[in-house]
Design a protein around this ligand. Structure first.
Ligand code: N01
Length: 544
């Protein structure tokens, strides 16, 4: 493919007649990809960022459905690397919505002149490692292949939307949409008969908003979720000033918690205080905004066991209080999984939607959806006539977005084949047989920006180390990978996050191997582990 190469004006970038070569190729211009591009460029590397969308933002570009917004406090979600950026940007709401979040990421891209190295509308079809030359060749659906020494698929954890394989979807005569691919021009739902399938965080946000405009809404629920009030509000000028003055403190607090959120657990056990005191704390926290009622609670509320069940019952009763019809209320009360074993959707009037005359809740666990018909949805006991069907059916998480690209490592092994039984990685970042590739979408969990920033910094520092020390290749060792994978599988099986059938363990996708998709360790432990590995000359990695 490449013939005569020549040095381009950009340091490290080479071109040939038909192949451009870069030091690094980053896939994805979402939160993580943008920062990876910024950091790698700061190192003086030539970098190409390839983005499928026509703009930056990743999930905040695509998930434009009504109601999409943060569940972390806005001021904890921004990048921390630039004091100037922190002082310039005013978050308008405590839990900012998708349009504002997309504006923010565009502002970042412009401020740091990132667009000049991003190629939009670029659909990457494959990335293949050339063992002889030690480079990755990245192929696009449209356009010339490119090569790079380092390959960084920053493709997101939750970017491969999942639509169940219902028969008849193509036969439906009305409009169909998935929350992760909401049309930029919006959907006209006013006065229409709309069906929503799925009641996870996306469904809960969407349903609450569209119930205000639709003619009739049918919600197809398979599993009831624990949801808690978000209590969003705008940020006034005084609070804005306080936020800007306390960013170091905000980020310090986030850096000390398991999920990089700003909330600290109460170190006491729920069981060591009297029932009255326990209830008082539950009630006080319930009045607070966001995840506080979850992550500032007694620490053992987030451990499988009695305290967890005690709080779950408190939340169930909160749900019951808000729904007029007791039969509908019981349908909305989760009884088959532990509180916090799935990510807690935060809502702004969700349960009251079911008090509207034009809203119908359908239980599709007992009467499953059989097919989509030309005129709606057919469950095992009834036909529902609809003008629009919206899938809020979630994502093939973490490995899903990687599997959409044919990633081929040494010996022709594909990443999809390698991960078929669950991810096998070292620290979630590297995997044997795929040298110079960093899967930074697999290692972050919790508050995504807070956990992504140090991760990107670690990866870029590693690349600097490799180059400055005269190495050309870095790869995980089989021993380190085996040990890490064993740790994730064994210790991961004990934590609350792996107890429900959710995307955390791939259980939402039929046929996907059940395995914890992110590290089971708290974020500070992961950061310390990565730093230790680096400080000891990259233990668990083979450098050549
Ligand atoms: O997806 P989900 P999501 N028949 O997988 C149902 C983040 N997020 O997009 O529970 C019928 O949680 C499925 O039912 P069940 C956040 O991390 C953040 O809502 O499997 N129903 C479930 O109800 C979140 O955790 C925000 O029984 C079917 C729903 O579809 C993650 O994204 C906002 C079905 C899928 O729920 C994913 O959330 C939104 C079938 N065959 C998302 N298949 C913020 O607030 C699936 N379902 C920042």
């Amino acid at each position: 493919m490449a013939n005569q190469t020549q040095q381009s004006p950009i340091v490290g970038k080479e071109t040939s007649d038909d192949v451009e070569h870069f030091d690094a190729i980053v896939i994805g211009a979402g939160v993580t990809g943008l920062y990876a591009l910024y950091r790698l460029r700061e190192l003086g590397l030539s970098v190409m960022s390839l983005e499928h969308a026509s703009g930056v933002g990743g999930t905040w570009f695509w998930s434009r459905y009504p109601g999409a917004r943060f569940d972390s406090e806005s001021y904890t979600y921004g990048y921390s690397f630039s004091e100037e950026l922190l002082q310039e940007w005013d978050w308008k709401e405590h839990y900012s919505g998708q349009p504002e979040n997309e504006r923010y990421l565009n502002y970042v891209a412009d401020k740091f002149d990132l667009r000049r190295d991003i190629r939009f509308n670029s659909h990457v079809t494959s990335a293949v490692y050339d063992e002889d030359r030690g480079v990755w060749t990245v192929n696009l659906e449209d356009g010339q292949p490119m090569t790079a020494q380092f390959f960084i698929p920053a493709v997101g954890s939750l970017s491969a939307g999942y639509i169940p394989d219902f028969e008849g979807i193509d036969s439906f005569k009305g409009d169909v949409c998935h929350t992760s691919r909401w049309p930029a021009k919006g959907m006209d739902l006013a006065g229409k008969r709309v069906g929503v399938i799925g009641t996870g965080a996306s469904g809960v946000q969407l349903i609450t908003e569209i119930a205000k405009v639709v003619g009739h809404l049918t919600v197809f629920q398979r599993t009831a979720n624990y949801c808690a009030p978000l209590r969003n509000g705008s940020i006034d000028a005084e609070t804005q000033k306080e936020i800007k003055a306390s960013y170091p403190e905000i980020f310090r607090k986030c850096s000390e918690t398991a999920g990089s959120f700003i909330h600290q657990f109460d170190p006491r056990s729920a069981l060591e205080v009297s029932p009255e005191e326990r209830l008082e704390q539950y009630e006080t926290l319930w009045k607070e905004s966001g995840f506080k009622k979850w992550l500032s609670n007694f620490h053992d509320v987030m451990l499988p066991g009695e305290a967890n069940e005690d709080y779950a019952e408190f939340v169930r009763n909160k749900i019951r209080e808000r729904v007029n019809d007791p039969v509908v209320a019981e349908m909305l009360v989760p009884k088959d999984h532990m509180f916090g074993s799935k990510r807690l959707p935060c809502e702004s009037g969700y349960y009251e939607v079911y008090n509207q005359d034009n809203v119908l809740l359908v239980d599709v666990k007992n009467a499953p959806i059989e097919r989509i018909t030309p005129t709606g949805v057919k469950t095992s006991d009834k036909d529902y006539e609809l003008d629009v069907v919206i899938f809020a059916t979630g994502y093939d998480a973490v490995t899903g977005p990687l599997n959409l690209i044919h990633i081929e490592g040494e010996g022709g092994l594909t990443l999809k084949e390698k991960f078929a039984g669950g991810p096998k990685t070292y620290l979630g970042i590297a995997t044997v047989g795929f040298p110079n590739m960093f899967t930074i979408n697999a290692a972050s969990v919790g508050n995504f920006v807070r956990s992504a920033e140090p991760l990107v910094e670690w990866v870029t520092e590693t690349i600097r180390y490799v180059r400055d020390n005269g190495f050309t290749r870095i790869a995980a060792t089989p021993e380190a990978e085996d040990e890490w994978t064993k740790h994730v599988n064994e210790d991961g099986a004990k934590i609350l996050r792996s107890k429900a059938d959710s995307w955390f363990v791939g259980a939402n996708i039929p046929g996907k191997a059940r395995a914890l998709l992110n590290a089971p360790d708290p974020a500070p432990v992961m950061r310390a582990k990565r730093l230790e590995v680096a400080a000891n000359g990259y233990t668990g990695f083979d450098l050549q």
